[in-house]
Design a protein around this ligand. Structure first.
Ligand SMILES: O=P(O)(O)OC[C@H]1O[C@H](O[C@H]2O[C@H](CO)[C@@H](O)[C@H](O)[C@H]2O)[C@H](O)[C@@H](O)[C@@H]1O
Length: 280
C-alpha cells in the first residue's frame, strides 16, 4: 500500500495560519477547488477531461470532516459534475459545484442546477465568431460552445501560443461589441457575461456557510479572483490557504502559499488533510 503524503508546510506565514485554522476547527472550514488543471489533468480535448481517479475518493474522505467542499469552475456546472463523477459519490452528498465562474450552482443534496437566463450577448458572439476566426491568423483554433459562454481554444493549433496571441485583440473587440468580457486561460480565451467571477462566488459561499477558514486551490488566471477573495477574507480575520496546482501560470503560482505539482499532488494534499483530521 502506498505511503500517504505527509501534510506539507506552506511557504508563507499567512498560509501556515490558514492551514492551522483549518486543522484546528475543520467543522468551520470550507475547502474550494477549481476543476481543470486542479482536480483534472489538462488534456488537449476538453470533452475528454475527467477528474483524477483519486479525486472523488479523496474528496469523499475529506468532505465529512470539514464544513463544506465546493468546486468552483469555468465549466457549466452539470459538465463538471459529469466529468468529475461527483453525483451520488459517498460522502459528497452536500457537495456544491459553482459553474460558469459562479453564475450556475449544482447542489448534490438536490441534484439540481440553478442557471442564469441565456445571454443575448452570447448569441451575438456565437453568430459573429466564425467570421472573426476566419479573418484572424489562428489556424487550428476551435470553439467550445458552453451555452452561457463560448471558449476559443488554441491548444491544438500548430503554434498554440501564437494563435492565442493573435486572437486576443479580435476576441476582445468581439466581446466588447456584445457586452461580454474575455476570460483568458491556459490556451483558451473565453467570452462570457460580466458580473460574476470566482472571487465573488467564493466570498458569497464562505459567507453562506459561515466559514472561519478557507482553502482554495486553482491553477489558472481565472483563479486569481478567488485568490483575491481569500486575501480579502484574511483582512477580515478569516484565515486562508492558497494552493496552486502546477507552475504553468506564474501569475498564480507566485501568489500561492503552497505550490503542488498538479492534480495528482492536489489529490495527495486532500488525502493528507483527510487522514490528518482523522488522526491528528
Ligand atoms: O475553471 P476551470 O475548471 O479551470 O475551467 C476553465 C476552463 O477549462 C477548460 O480548458 C482547460 O482545460 C482543457 C482540458 O484539459 C484544456 O484542453 C484547455 O487548454 C484548458 O484551458 C475548459 O475547456 C474551459 O471551458 C474552461 O473555461
Amino acid at each position: 500500500m502506498a505511503t500517504p503524503d505527509p501534510l506539507p508546510t506552506p511557504s508563507t506565514q499567512a498560509g501556515r495560519d490558514g492551514l492551522a485554522a483549518l486543522l484546528a476547527r475543520p467543522a468551520r472550514a470550507v475547502v474550494a477547488l477549481d476543476f481543470d488543471g486542479t482536480l483534472a489533468d489538462i488534456v488537449p480535448d476538453p470533452e475528454r477531461s475527467r477528474a483524477h481517479p483519486g479525486a472523488v475518493p479523496a474528496l469523499s474522505a475529506l468532505a465529512p470532516r470539514v464544513a463544506s467542499v465546493a468546486v468552483i469552475t469555468g465549466r457549466p456546472a452539470d459538465v463538471a459534475v459529469r466529468f468529475g463523477g461527483f453525483a451520488g459519490a459517498p460522502g459528497l452528498d452536500h457537495l456544491v459545484v459553482l459553474g460558469h465562474y459562479g453564475a450556475e450552482r449544482w447542489d448534490a443534496a438536490t441534484d439540481t442546477v440553478h442557471a442564469p437566463a441565456p445571454s443575448s450577448g452570447v448569441e451575438g458572439v456565437r453568430a459573429e465568431l466564425p467570421s472573426v476566426l476566419e479573418q484572424a491568423d489562428a489556424d487550428g483554433a476551435w470553439v467550445e460552445d458552453k451555452g452561457h459562454a463560448v471558449a476559443v481554444h488554441t491548444r491544438r493549433a500548430a503554434d498554440p501560443q501564437a494563435a492565442f496571441e493573435s486572437l486576443r485583440g479580435p476576441l476582445a473587440a468581439l466581446a466588447e461589441r456584445h457586452g461580454l468580457i474575455v476570460e483568458p486561460g491556459r490556451l483558451v480565451l473565453e467570452l462570457r457575461p460580466p458580473g460574476m467571477d470566482k472571487g465573488v462566488a467564493l466570498a458569497q459561499y464562505v459567507k453562506e456557510v459561515g466559514a472561519e477558514a478557507v482553502l482554495y486551490a486553482g491553477d489558472d488566471l481565472g483563479d486569481l479572483a478567488a485568490y483575491a477573495a481569500v486575501d480579502a477574507l484574511r483582512a477580515q480575520g478569516v484565515p486562508g490557504l492558497l494552493v496552486c496546482s502546477g507552475t504553468e501560470v506564474p501569475e498564480l503560482a507566485d501568489r500561492a502559499d503552497l505550490l503542488v505539482s498538479g492534480p495528482e499532488a492536489v489529490v495527495g494534499l486532500l488525502d493528507a488533510l483527510a487522514r490528518h483530521l482523522d488522526a491528528p
